[in-house]
Design a binder for this molecule. Sequence first.
Ligand code: SF4
Ligand code: SF4
Length: 90
Amino acid sequence: MARGTIVIETDHCKGCELCTTVCPQDVLVMGDFFNARGYKPAMLVDPEGKCTGCALCAVICPDAVITVYRLPNVAKMSRAPLAVASAMAA
Ligand code: SF4
Ligand code: SF4
């Protein structure tokens, strides 16, 4: 499965909660503190790395304060050196 992560510009979030309603991995929660604008901002809580980088949260955010990063496919990367080693041994 694809992996990703996001960064939320916490001080620009207006606490509308929309992003928390669309995340299929349920890794977005509302913080229990106030940001510079006086709102409780959304936060990523993803200790198990469930975020897939699907970008639904960024698309729905009315203030465009979420940036999505897709992580490289580690499984494919780890196979590459093995393929090279096999070719060299042949
Ligand atoms: S990119 Fe997708 S999985 Fe990750 S936090 Fe946003 S909605 Fe959830
Ligand atoms: S959708 Fe955007 S503005 Fe609304 S809570 Fe999420 S990050 Fe904040």
